[in-house]
Design a protein around this ligand. Structure first.
Ligand code: PEP
Ligand code: MN
Length: 354
């Protein structure tokens, strides 16, 4: 059930509806939009009696939501969600494309700094790097853990890059929520429902990667899990699904981008690195992702990919990333979108915030 408030509804009227919902034992999600506020109701097992709300002041309409997801749906919020970051000019989901770049895993301070310097110079506003790596083999590099998070916090201070890093369990999620700027939930955890709920109670935005065999509905339901706990800042990420092809590691399903945009107000970005698994295919698919309307890119970049401890085969050399940025800027312009150039004030974000 969704309660659409009139565009002139006052804050008190919105609050009164939320209180009424809570008094019935449900959860109210007040989602302000450009034109009006909508209030989603969750926690109800059966139908909620529409008449309870119809006559309340400020209520325009009570809508039954037939889709299994509610809060992610455009029914709740017709205009696109734009994710913002305190003290930083970067956004995700607005006119600007979000470029997230960095190594698969943080391997050392030297490695991470060398890459951060290059991706910042090329115009990325976000640095990615795993401190906790979900690896197929227990014998593969598992990440530096807290040490990796500390290195990335230094990178934020030094280069003004926002930090996107994966949480694999409750403990790491708590730490990423404290030290990072965006909590990545990996493909393997897209249906780890307790982790999704925990992410829904976190303060930081969540980057939710699509599971390797997830349908569009399963993908949106995973986002619904996060939002149902009160965290409405969710960014979806298409990172390839498993198919029969063997010329790439995964098949980057770019058709999911317009499919998501039709159904949901949430931003969606694409990861052509995991989506192809092959360095020579990353740039062409990055170009295609921007052309198809993705709100940003996540790209793996390494200063010495042959020696990378994970995903070297799909990591771009910094020079290749420079070239990618030049190309995607031009494609973005065709669509009336842009990739911001570095904002000097972001570099001392941390200093001014202290
Ligand atoms: C990653 O981004 O490093 C990663 C492990 O991605 P995915 O969860 O998409 O495999
Ligand atoms: Mn990787």
């Amino acid at each position: 059930m969704l309660i659409v408030m009139r565009s002139q509804a006052t804050e008190e009227e919105v609050r009164a509806v939320c209180q009424k919902i809570e008094s019935l034992g449900y959860r109210a999600h007040s989602i302000p939009g450009a034109q009006r506020t909508a209030i989603g109701i969750t926690g109800n097992q059966g139908e909620v009696e529409a008449g309870t709300f119809d006559e309340m002041p400020g209520v325009q309409e009570v809508i039954r939501v037939s889709k299994p997801y509610k809060l992610v749906s455009r029914d709740v919020k017709p205009d696109n969600t734009v994710i913002r970051f305190a003290g930083h000019s970067a956004t995700i989901g607005g006119n600007d494309l979000a470029i997230i770049a960095g190594p698969c895993g943080v391997e050392s301070r030297e490695q991470a700094f060398a890459i951060a310097e290059r991706v910042a110079r090329a115009g990325a506003q976000f640095f990615r790097g795993g401190a906790y790596k979900p690896r197929t083999s227990p014998y593969s590099f598992q990440g530096l853990g807290e040490e990796g998070l500390k290195i990335m916090a230094e990178i934020r201070d030094r280069f003004g890059l926002l930090i996107v890093t994966e949480a694999v369990d409750y403990e790491s999620l708590e730490l990423v929520d404290q030290c990072g700027d965006m909590i990545q939930i990996g493909a393997r955890n897209m249906q780890n429902f307790s982790l999704l709920k925990r992410a829904g109670r976190a303060r930081k935005p969540v980057l939710l990667k699509r599971g390797i065999s997830a349908t569009l509905e399963e993908f949106l339901m995973a986002a619904e899990y996060v939002m149902s706990e009160g965290n409405y800042n969710v960014v979806l990420c298409e990172r390839g699904v498993r198919t029969f092809v063997d010329h790439t590691r995964n098949t980057l399903d770019l058709s999911v981008v317009p499919a998501v945009q039709r159904l949901s107000h949430l931003p969606i970005i694409a990861d052509p690195s995991h989506g192809t698994g092959k360095r020579d295919k990353v740039t062409p698919l990055a170009r295609a992702a921007v052309a198809v309307g993705a709100d940003g890119l996540m790209v793996e970049v390494h200063n010495d990919p042959d020696k990378a401890l994970s995903d070297g085969m799909q990591s771009l050399y910094p020079d290749q990333f420079d070239a990618l940025m030049v190309q995607v800027r031009q494609i973005a312009a065709v669509l009336g979108r842009s990739i911001p150039t570095a904002n000097p004030s972001d570099a001392d974000m941390k200093l001014s915030a202290d």
